[in-house]
Design a protein around this ligand. Structure first.
Ligand code: PMP
Length: 432
């Protein structure tokens, strides 16, 4: 009765029945039995610190959350067409987190659906179909959300297989894009010039979509003023500004609830998911009444399980727990500590080129050379494997797959943050 043999046997069964293109973490992953807060317990009895989980924001196995969902399942669940208290209460709580005029909610089931709907809303509201996106972005797997996904890590053909309605701005990456550090201010005027030129040639934008903090590129800040400039240009031509908050929104950044606050802008359409459901499939699009009303040109909107009674209770339970358990504050306090420790580690290990991000979203970017910033891709992969041996679940992100994506549940304690940094230090000191 060897738990490792059973885990391998389960892995073999997985390979038989699940299409192989759905990769999962690690070549020989531990079989997870259950989770608790930021910890995972495997069937062989080992515990792991979960430093990548941007879905289970309340922490694994949250009792209050589980009770709220179980109670609602016994009481009533159905599609979202019924007149029911939970859906109204959730929509009110959600819009209360957003500035005016963002007060109209559409409920769906995932981030891909939310981005897809946001794009359709922009197309419906403007009567146009051309959309601007940025490079090195991931927005989802549905037809429209995939069309604006430009990251070559997720799809090596991304840059030459976009549909003709997608226009891609240069990757505004201030660490390794074409303009670096102090020169990163050049991205915004260049983007505006391209948007203006396409408009002058007769192609007016339906909208522009981007993560307000560059999650897929390692959780880094966009250049200061970038969104203000690009949103301004898009709006001058009558298009809508769409913020993909699926990964960076909902308190993870600690200092702000929404990523767009970091850039000092207010979008026209917000897409959110992941954290919002704490692992339950839940996503939303929030926009203004004027924009939402224009969707009528497409008929009506309906999603069977989007905004179901259970999904609405989930949404309310998550927002309530974030507030009563001070999880955004925890993300700020533990996050600031984590960033300080990671930056100190960067002074010790040459391979750490930069530490990006805010709160409990950090990107530790690994390079083979600090001057050229050549990505340490192979080392990053080996480091993630070594961290697993040391008891930490970690994965790479970015087009170079050379950035550790540090985005743990928002209940992360200072001790767990230290455990992660110490494991990273140990792995880098002893070599991988
Ligand atoms: N947008 C962003 C920024 C994401 O990170 C993701 C998921 N990785 C999505 C959209 C798609 O969300 P989902 O997987 O829930 O469809």
């Amino acid at each position: 009765d060897d738990p490792h043999a059973r885990a391998r046997e389960l892995q073999e069964r997985r390979e038989v029945s699940l299409a192989e293109v759905q990769e999962h973490y690690y070549a020989a992953p531990p079989q997870i039995e259950r989770g608790w807060r930021e910890h995972l317990l495997a069937t062989d009895g080992r515990a792991y610190l979960d430093m990548v989980n941007n879905v289970a924001v309340l922490g694994h196995g949250h009792p209050g959350f589980a009770d709220a969902v179980a109670t609602q399942l016994r009481r009533f669940n159905s599609n979202s067409r019924f007149h029911y208290r939970a859906v109204v209460e959730f929509a009110e709580k959600l819009t209360a987190t957003l500035p005016a005029p963002l007060d109209q909610v559409f409920l769906v089931n995932s981030g891909s659906e939310a981005v897809d709907l946001a794009l359709r809303i922009a197309m419906a509201a403007t009567g146009r179909r051309d959309v601007w996106a940025v490079g090195e972005a991931y927005h989802g797997w549905t037809y429209a959300s995939d069309a604006v996904s430009t990251s070559i890590a997720d799809n090596p053909n991304a840059l030459d297989s976009r549909p003709d309605w997608v226009h891609v701005l240069d990757t505004p990456n201030p660490y390794r894009g074409k303009h670096r550090d102090g020169d990163a201010a050049a991205y915004a005027p260049e983007a505006v010039t391209r948007i203006d030129a396409l408009a002058a040639a007769g192609t007016l934008p339906a909208g522009f979509v981007a993560e307000p903090v560059y999650g897929n590129a390692g959780g880094m800040a966009l250049p200061e003023g970038y969104l203000a400039a690009v949103y301004g240009a898009i709006r001058r031509h009558g298009g809508l500004a769409i913020a993909d908050e699926v990964q960076v929104g909902y308190g993870r950044l600690g200092h702000w609830f929404w990523g767009f606050e970091q850039q000092g802008v207010v979008p026209d359409v917000v897409a959110v998911a992941k954290a919002m459901g704490n692992g339950h499939p839940l996503g939303a699009v929030i926009t203004s009444a004027a924009v939402a009303e224009r969707y009528r040109t497409q008929g009506y909107f309906f999603s069977s399980a989007g905004g179901s009674p259970v999904s609405s209770v989930v949404g309310t339970a998550v927002l309530d727990a974030i507030r009563t358990e001070r999880l955004q504050e925890n993300a700020r306090e533990v996050g600031d500590h984590l960033h300080a420790r990671l930056r100190a580690l960067g002074e010790k290990h040459e391979v750490i080129g930069a530490v990006h991000g805010f709160g409990l979203y950090c990107g530790v970017e690994l390079v083979t050379d600090r001057t050229t910033r050549a990505p340490a891709t192979a080392l990053t992969g080996r480091l993630c494997d070594r961290l697993l041996e040391l008891g930490v679940v970690m994965q790479p992100t970015g087009d170079g797959q050379n950035i550790l994506k540090v985005k743990p549940p928002l209940v992360l304690t200072r001790e767990s943050a230290d455990f992660f940094v110490d494991a990273l230090d140990h792995a880098l000191t002893t070599g991988v």
